[in-house]
Design a binder for this molecule. Structure first.
Ligand SMILES: Nc1ncnc2c1ncn2[C@@H]1O[C@H](COP(=O)(O)OP(=O)(O)OP(=O)(O)O)[C@@H](O)[C@H]1O
Ligand SMILES: CC(C)(CO)[C@@H](O)C(=O)[O-]
Ligand code: BAL
Length: 284
């Protein structure tokens, strides 16, 4: 059951803070769900999880230019604000923070978060400036909204680990919560970028998840981790993808797997089909 409430939109940090301060003064627990809009059921799962833990939910909708490289899809990224506000309101969100680029990056802006640890490799090998943009905007959003809890999807698993580390390292007083990936019935992870897929590409796309599932099943049974990852690589390329990476990593530090290593493993993949780049991951 969702509890639809009237949603209010604010565009400035000052208006966001004024509302947050009123809620704080009343002793209410606040959740923030950061998004780039084009909301789908994956985002709604974050809002549902937020409702379980907080009295008030804020969604931010901001297509953050600094996390896109000049060659990437910033200009064609889907923008569906009216429908987004409708969906967020139906999911019990009361406040939408929808800043414009100048509000987030005023003239002279020159500060960026620098990262190592979980940001090394994987996405960074293909999007070298991406996580600096993500971490900087997320740090800003967390300082602007001062939530008790912020929710992020496991679909962007490396991003989630980077943000957990960011909050810990910068002593941001927020609980960072990861929410499991919401999938289509055939296994494809929901993503705002799925709208780019042609019918044929959409039909091929679940091969990504199937290859991860097959590898996760084989690891620790009849295959070494390295062999299972190699098989996943072949299956993904065989399904028509251009593979950026498929790797097994330590699930929290995202350190590469060494044969002597203990601890949980995560399989992560990024691959391109046509003009669309998809990512996915699962636990082993
Ligand atoms: N299928 C999903 N399941 C759970 N969370 C998701 C899913 N898709 C996105 N999210 C989460 O929603 C938040 C906002 O993501 P974003 O607005 O970039 O949407 P997206 O679908 O990931 O878009 P993109 O196509 O840019 O990857 C992030 O924390 C992201 O991990
Ligand atoms: C966390 C985020 C909203 C920062 O722009 C974005 O990277 C996303 O939507 O996953
Ligand atoms: N959901 C991740 C945002 C990005 O790919 O830029």
């Amino acid at each position: 059951m969702t509890s639809a409430r009237a949603i209010r939109t604010v565009h400035t940090v000052a208006a966001l803070r004024a509302q947050v301060n009123r809620w704080r003064a009343a002793g209410e627990r606040i959740a923030l769900v950061p998004t780039m809009g084009a909301l789908h059921a994956g985002h709604v799962a974050l809002m549902d999880a937020a409702r379980e833990t907080a009295d008030r939910i804020i969604v931010s909708i901001f297509v953050n230019p600094t996390q896109f490289a000049p060659t990437e899809d910033l200009s064609r990224y889907p923008r569906t604000l009216e429908a987004d506000l409708q969906k967020a309101g139906s999911a019990g969100v009361e406040l939408a923070f929808v800043p414009d680029v100048d509000e987030m990056y005023p003239d002279g802006f020159c500060t960026t978060v620098s990262l190592r640890g979980p940001a090394l490799g994987l996405e960074t090998a293909f999007r070298p400036t991406h996580f600096a943009g993500v971490a900087t905007v997320v740090a800003k959003l967390l300082i602007q909204a001062m939530p008790d809890v912020a929710l992020f999807g496991e679909k962007d698993y490396q991003q989630l680990q980077v943000i957990i580390r960011l909050a810990r390292d910068l002593d941001l007083p927020v609980e960072v919560v990861g929410v499991p990936t919401v999938r289509e019935a055939d296994g494809l992870a929901l993503s705002s970028r799925n709208v780019y897929l042609s019918a044929a590409e959409r039909a091929a796309a679940p091969a990504l998840y199937r290859a991860l599932m097959a590898a996760a099943f084989r690891i620790g049974r009849e295959a070494t981790t390295a062999d299972a990852v190699e098989e996943a690589r072949a299956a993904i390329i065989g399904a028509g993808f251009e593979l950026d990476y498929v790797e097994a990593r330590h699930a929290e530090t995202l350190a590469p797997i060494a044969s002597s290593m203990e601890g949980p493993i995560r399989l992560l993949v990024a691959a391109r089909i046509g003009s669309t780049r998809l990512i996915d991951n699962i636990p082993v």
